[in-house]
Design a protein around this ligand. Structure first.
Ligand SMILES: C[S@@+](CC[C@H](N)C(=O)[O-])C[C@H]1O[C@@H](n2cnc3c(N)ncnc32)[C@H](O)[C@@H]1O
Length: 449
């Protein structure tokens, strides 16, 4: 008895099934079985999957070949074989022709999809895949509220979360997607896809990814140096989810400071992530810190540090301050005041991690242009005037700030690093827009208020 991949010819010898009929696609199997079942009924033939089937017709044999099941079939010489079945061949071809056409259209379509998929490396899939949770009404409503009730600067929190969600092959953030929301995910995803198709040297979002990884690594190193109680303060925390990402926060009290609306909506979204079930399963959220305190405050107001203390911050404890993507949204005076307050009030070992834009970066021809204010071209000169010492400045792309994501020597970040920092224009007359990643410690020798 021959296998189903061979069709008996009139002499009873097998020949290979035509390639066009060979398909493993489940949808085609279903089509084949539906059609096959229909004809079995129409011709009053038994179904070959029926163990009591007395005989199989040639027609069934062919149909079954299309569906590629592994059921054995009787040969012409088999007593079960019904010679009248060959009469049904014309009917089969009537059916087979349009079916074969759908197969080849389908094959062409999948070739096209494969072409489009050539852009898909790492996290950039052909189409944006979102969890079912993202489609839930409550999550959608919360993101609508963010659009309605938050200003442009507050909404940047969703943009950076989208970066973490879409660079998931290097940043594991279990809640980035839900905190980002569909609009920001689609927006960044579109840019990433375009960059990949254009074979760009740097893919949209890479700077965010590198920045986040730099803060993560410096935070971890700083906490390793501390002994005793440690605190971590995130100013302009936005949709940051380090408490769910970083095991190094174990034993730390974490304070997230941001504007009240942002924190309120963040809590609501996190509640959705924790309580909603996705395909019957709860989101696996592991909280790594000892405690998390939300401090709803405006950093441009004088009382934000008092609010932090009322929330449990102890100035005498060792603290890492994370100012990621916040300073340049403040006006010069406010930004300096924030930096000065930290150095004046903190009495334990205190490490500052912050990113600074240079002046050219705040002049972006961009919809965010008007939101960028504070800048510093020389943070290593500014920070000592505000009570800090041991200032280390890195640029995106430096050996401690590329994480294997910016290896192409000709990408814009690496080219920029070759232009001396005092220059505002590169050799092509393009403005040198830089983002400095800065670590400093509070100089405990400076006088305190
Ligand atoms: C670009 S987001 C950065 C969020 C987060 N640090 C990250 O990297 O994902 C900027 C954040 O700063 C917050 N922010 C801006 N101005 C602020 C202010 N005056 N007081 C408190 N937070 C502020 C915004 O609400 C927003 O969440």
């Amino acid at each position: 008895m021959k296998g189903p991949h061979h069709i008996p010819n009139t002499k009873g010898k097998g020949r290979p099934i035509p390639k066009t009929l060979k398909t493993n696609k489940p949808i085609r199997k279903i089509n084949g079985r539906v059609i096959f079942g229909f004809f079995c009924v129409a011709m009053n033939s038994p179904h070959p999957c029926d163990p009591h089937a007395p005989a199989f017709t040639s027609f069934e044999y062919l149909c079954f070949s299309i569906t590629q099941t592994t059921q054995p079939f009787p040969h012409q010489s088999d007593p079960k074989y019904n010679p009248l079945s060959s009469l049904f061949f014309p009917y089969f071809f009537l059916l087979w022709w349009p079916y074969q056409q759908t197969l080849s259209i389908d094959a062409k379509l999948s070739e096209k999809t494969m072409e489009e998929c050539k852009c898909s490396e790492d996290s950039c899939e052909c189409e944006l895949q979102m969890s079912r949770l993202m489609k839930s009404e409550s999550v959608r409503n919360l993101h609508e509220l963010i659009e309605k009730e938050c200003g442009a600067v507050e909404r940047t929190a969703c943009q950076t979360a989208a970066g973490r969600a879409l660079w998931k092959h290097v940043i594991h953030d279990p809640v980035a997607e839900i905190l980002a929301g569909e609009t920001y995910l689609r927006n960044l995803y579109g840019k990433m896809k375009k960059d990949r198709l254009n074979k760009a040297r740097e893919i949209a979002g890479v700077m965010l990814a590198v920045r986040t990884l730099w803060f993560d690594s410096r935070l971890e190193a700083a906490l390793r140096c501390f002994e005793g109680e440690s605190q971590v303060v995130l100013l302009g925390a936005g949709m940051d989810a380090r408490v769910y990402r970083l095991t190094c926060l174990k034993g730390c009290t974490v304070f997230e400071v941001d504007l009240p609306k942002v924190l309120e909506l963040k809590v609501a979204l996190l509640q959705e992530a924790a309580t909603t079930t996705t395909q019957g399963e709860r989101q696996p959220l592991t909280f790594h810190a000892k405690t998390l305190c939300h401090v709803p405050s405006d950093l441009t107001k004088k009382d934000w540090f008092d609010s932090l203390i009322s929330s449990g911050f102890v100035p005498q404890h060792n603290t890492v301050w994370i100012l990621e993507g916040i300073l340049y949204y403040l006006h010069d005076l406010n930004a300096r005041e924030v930096l000065r307050l930290i150095s004046e009030k903190c009495q334990g070992s205190t490490i500052l991690l912050a990113d600074f834009m240079n002046e050219c970066s705040t002049n972006l021809p961009h919809e965010l242009k008007s939101n960028f204010h504070f800048y510093s071209d020389w943070p290593e000169e500014l920070l000592p005037t505000l009570g800090y010492s041991q200032v280390k400045v890195s640029q995106i792309g430096d050996s401690d700030a590329n994480f294997g994501l910016l290896m192409d020597p000709h990408n814009c970040f690496n080219k920029l690093r070759e232009v001396p920092r005092y220059m505002n224009m590169d050799a092509d007359g393009m403005p040198c827009r830089r983002l400095y990643l800065v670590q400093a410690i509070v100089d405990q020798t400076t006088s305190r208020s």
